[in-house]
Design a binder for this molecule. Sequence first.
Ligand code: GDP
Ligand code: MG
Length: 234
Amino acid sequence: MYHLLKGFHEYLTRKEQYSILILGLDGAGKTTFLEKIKTLYTDTPGLSPDKIGPTVGQNTGKITLPSAILQFSDLGGQRGIRSIWHRYYDNCHAVAYVIDADDRERLSEGWEIFDSVLSDPRILGVPLLLLANKQDSSLSLSVEEIRHDYEEWYQRKLESSRRRTDRGQDTENRLQRDRIASLDVMGVSAIEGTGVRAAVDWLFIRVQSRYVFDPLLTVRSTEKVSRELHKPES
Ligand SMILES: Nc1nc2c(ncn2[C@@H]2O[C@H](COP(=O)(O)OP(=O)(O)O)[C@@H](O)[C@H]2O)c(=O)[nH]1
Ligand SMILES: [Mg+2]
């Protein structure tokens, strides 16, 4: 009886763990965002912005919420490191893509990478949040301007590839278009912390509603993680 009650209690208080990727170009503010999350949600403050250098490899941080654990991975954004992002796609439950709203010169480059993340078949069904970072800077584009800029960029891309579009690509584009139409964009200042809690709330609510009510999705993902971990070195 004791074991039964203990098991039931563990079942009721069990916290599912979700893996969230923080992606974006180098310099967008991913590490600053992650460190601010650590400061806001854990007893150990994250690094202060002046202590943060370019990310080589990845930074991780885990936060415990009343009903879930969120495991964040901030993957380096330099060109070389970007090529390994896809290895993390299978096992992630949500993606936060950080764009530097203050750097107009690199917006197109940021959209190209964002577009490749957004349209990856493994990400198409995963909650995706676009964060317009550096809202503390007076020169930053607003959330509306960032959304508009991406939509314009996407239209230009469609125009230039229209002739080459076959049926298969058309279906893909439709999925992509649906996603863009329902895309959530939030303004944050990773340095000041403005909007960071709202972004974490968004991610938490989306992973909870997507995976808790469909436990198979979580189980599948966990199995994949464990397979990855036990895969022999090649
Ligand atoms: N003004 C401002 N600068 C920021 C903000 N977030 C990051 N930065 C700065 O942008 C630069 C790159 O930040 P970092 O977190 O290393 O970017 P990452 O390469 O994407 O990890 C650093 O100089 C940060 O201090 C922000 O919200 N506002
Ligand atoms: Mg970094």
